[in-house]
Design a protein around this ligand. Structure first.
Ligand code: FDA
Length: 300
């Protein structure tokens, strides 16, 4: 099975860009900020919140990190100019985390200062477990300086309950998701049910402490349990939001919004969409299932 998946991922590298785009266009707003703005405006018009992500994690040069930091600042200014209900999600390795903490902190400081000036918010996405400590550390440093910054916890990591308890004490704004990277069993839960239960435990720790929480999932079971938890704890609607990825389960998205919940759509865009797609397939070959479905049923 692994061999088959490996071969399929290999084949994707030689799939012509036009064909790969047939799959990607559902999940990526486009190559340019103008295209992303159009998608966000449309989502806002339908009553959804949004968060914009410029594709391009793991930059390899300082110049690249600085250019993308400047591009994110322009996204913040565009959101304001266009009056969009939208914040930004940024991966620390995109702001040069692997090139040095000082550079990454400097670029994030500029972004959070710009967000603060414009009344907006910056979410630090969570990457693989090599980045967890550094990301939480960055988040805490930034949070001490500005309120408009949040972080992410991954339910599959065995350490997350401990992190959630500390973040709960700090009154953090936290997105909870299952986690997308392949992690060793020593540090990560593998079972579907275990991860689901862990997800709800994290929500309970954070919501119980009054934190603002982003519930990032397309899993009906998690959504139902999360809503049960919200009702049981008496959490007001302005203390949490559901979050979903662009292109994933849009009918579920409509239903949740139709029930009066806040729902934020994660909207990736940028010229590096092809590298992003291939990287995602490598990290999680399960996604191939969705690729093949999209390729076999174009327009579905
Ligand atoms: P699950 O994987 O069980 O999916 C439930 C159902 O949703 C599937 O059966 C399928 O129908 C559908 N589905 C899910 N993903 C799909 C896809 N890509 N294409 C098509 N259908 C799909 N991870 C991380 O490690 N760090 C982060 O910072 C973030 N940030 C983030 C933000 C937001 C807004 C979301 C929604 C997700 C993330 N993630 C993430 C990804 C997250 O960790 C997780 O991998 C995916 O959300 C899939 O997990 P679900 O909870 O949706 O369950």
């Amino acid at each position: 099975m692994h061999l088959v998946k490996g071969a399929m991922v290999g084949i994707l590298h030689v799939v012509p860009t036009g064909i790969l785009w047939r799959f990607a266009r559902r999940y990526v707003a486009g190559a340019s900020l103008d295209e992303a703005v159009r998608v966000v405006r449309d989502l806002n018009g339908q009553g959804f919140l949004a968060t914009l992500d410029i594709l391009g994690e793991h930059v390899s040069t300082e110049a690249e990190a600085r250019a993308d930091g400047a591009a994110y600042a322009e996204v913040l200014r565009t959101i304001r100019r266009q009056n969009l209900t939208c914040n930004i999600s940024v991966k620390p390795t995109h702001m040069g985390l692997k090139l040095g903490r000082d550079l990454c902190l400097e670029l994030f400081r500029r972004l959070t200062a710009e967000a603060q000036r414009l009344g907006n918010f910056v979410r630090l996405d969570m990457e693989d477990s090599n980045c967890t400590d550094a990301t939480l550390d960055l988040y805490r440093t930034l949070r001490r300086e500005m309120p408009g910054v949040g972080v992410v916890l991954q339910a599959y990591l065995r350490r997350s309950q401990k992190d959630a308890k500390r973040l709960a004490e700090e009154g953090a704004n936290v997105r909870v998701c299952k986690g997308i990277y392949r992690e060793p069993a020593a540090i990560a839960f593998r079972g579907r049910e275990e991860i689901r239960k862990e997800f709800i435990t994290l929500l309970e720790i954070l919501m119980g402490a009054g934190c603002y929480v982003g519930i990032a999932t397309h899993d009906d079971w998690v959504i139902e349990k999360a809503r049960g938890l919200v009702a049981r704890l008496g959490i007001p609607r302005d203390r949490y939001e559901f979050q979903m990825l662009l292109g994933v389960r849009p009918q579920l998205r409509d239903r949740i919004r139709g029930e009066g919940e806040r729902l934020r759509v994660y909207v990736p865009f940028g010229e590096k969409w092809r590298a992003y797609c291939l990287r995602r397939f490598r990290e999680n070959p399960q996604i191939l299932r969705h690729v093949l479905r999209a390729l076999l049923r174009p327009g579905s």
